[in-house]
Design a protein around this ligand. Structure first.
Ligand SMILES: Cc1ncc(C[n+]2csc(CCOP(=O)(O)OP(=O)(O)O)c2C)c(N)n1
Length: 367
């Protein structure tokens, strides 16, 4: 293992001074380390944005790298192939290897992408090198040397990073000091809308929902980060008689923000879009999102939602849920949530298979 500081310093020694990315816990250390120094790391909403901002910085003359989880490769393939490869821009990408080498040891949403990651890069003729957990500074330097050769040939190399290859560091962030615990907010929302079909976003929100409000009408969306509200829209449009509650995260909503406009345009009267805004990607170690400078209610209203509010207390949240159910939507309810404390409850997929989740949700919609 190399430390987070060694990772960043070896790259900086080679002139890589501009980084972007979307967190994976594998990169918690470097992101935390870089975030302590202004201008070193741009937190991106999705992996494609991360690559594109790095491409812009490369055009601007900087040496750049990005960090991502391999589940986000799909978000990045378009700008990788049509921008970075087409214009031969020199960017170094680090991707974690969830679901690799043995998909059975990871969560189900990584099963396809784990073994596919190297093959996918091969299929677009992108060079890649692997940093293993047992590797130290010497091996990492050798990998960077190989990557330099790729860059010199105007290719954009990837380094595949095994779990445990880079050390951790504590993320500095700016949490809300007023707000509700996430699990409490989920309990209040689901109790206020007992008839609703619920879509729970990926990460800790799904785990909290499974612990405090499991029901057959809850779809636990592990993976497909950022798509909970689009799934919710599809459900709401096909079942206009049923209230639909989306439990979203700030990082997840920011990842595919265009869904706000799609929802505003389709205007499903039965959709309540709840955003648990803790200003961080808590599920991957608490790296800051950019929600502190973004107004979700402002965006939702501008996108055509019928109403949008912020709550940070139980009474306000109860009132917002009552109003949202009494008037046609779509409604956005943004809840300021506090950092989670204590051990996280288990994932839904520890007890249910993905097919169980699908089937019981479908049957519940038919009832
Ligand atoms: C495309 C993609 N990129 C990255 C990840 C890794 N990931 C899983 S959960 C998560 C954080 C989600 O943040 P947020 O929506 O704010 O919820 P919180 O974790 O704070 O509850 C990330 C980055 C992922 N699952 N998919």
């Amino acid at each position: 293992m190399i430390s987070a500081e060694e990772f960043c310093d070896l790259l900086a020694d080679r002139g890589f001074t501009f980084a972007s990315g979307v967190p994976c816990s594998h990169f918690g250390g470097p992101i935390a380390h870089l975030s302590t120094q202004a201008g070193r790391y741009v937190p991106a909403p999705n992996e494609g944005n991360a690559l594109a901002v790095a491409a812009g910085a490369a055009l601007g003359g900087q040496r750049t790298y990005v960090m991502l989880q391999n589940s986000g490769l799909g978000n990045l393939i378009n700008p990788l192939t049509s921008l970075v490869m087409t214009y031969r821009l020199p960017i170094l990408s680090f991707t974690s290897l969830r679901g690799w080498p043995d998909p059975a040891t990871d969560e189900p949403q990584h099963e396809v992408m784990g073994p596919a990651t190297p093959k996918l890069l091969d299929s677009i003729d992108t060079p890649h090198h692997t940093l293993y957990a047992q590797d130290g500074v010497e091996e990492f330097s050798a990998i960077l040397e190989k990557a330099e050769k790729d860059l010199a040939e105007q290719r954009a190399p990837f380094v595949l990073v095994e779990r445990g290859a880079i050390g951790k560091a504590t993320a500095a962030n700016d949490p809300h000091t007023e707000g509700l615990p996430a699990s409490e907010a989920i309990r209040i929302v689901t109790a206020a809308a007992p008839q609703a079909a619920v879509i729970a976003t990926t990460g800790f929100t799904g785990r909290d929902t499974f612990a405090v409000a499991d029901a057959p009408g809850t779809f636990y969306m592990q993976g497909s980060m950022g798509h909970a509200s689009s799934i919710g829209l599809g459900v709401a449009l096909t079942h206009p008689e049923r209230p639909v509650v989306v439990l979203d995260g700030d990082g997840a909503l920011l990842m595919h923000l265009g869904s706000l406009s799609m929802i505003g345009s389709e205007a499903p009267a039965n959709l309540i879009h709840v955003v648990l805004d803790n200003r961080v990607h808590e599920s991957t170690g608490g790296q800051a999102t950019t929600s502190a400078t973004t107004s979700f209610p402002g965006m939702a209203t501008a996108a055509g939602y019928a109403s949008a509010v912020v709550c940070d207390r139980e009474d306000g949240l109860q009132a917002a849920m009552s109003r949202a159910q009494a008037t046609p939507g779509p409604h956005l309810v943004c809840i300021k949530t506090l950092p989670r404390t204590g051990a996280m409850p288990p994932r839904a997929t520890n007890a249910l298979s993905t097919l169980d989740i699908r089937d019981r949700f479908r049957s519940d919609l038919q009832r």
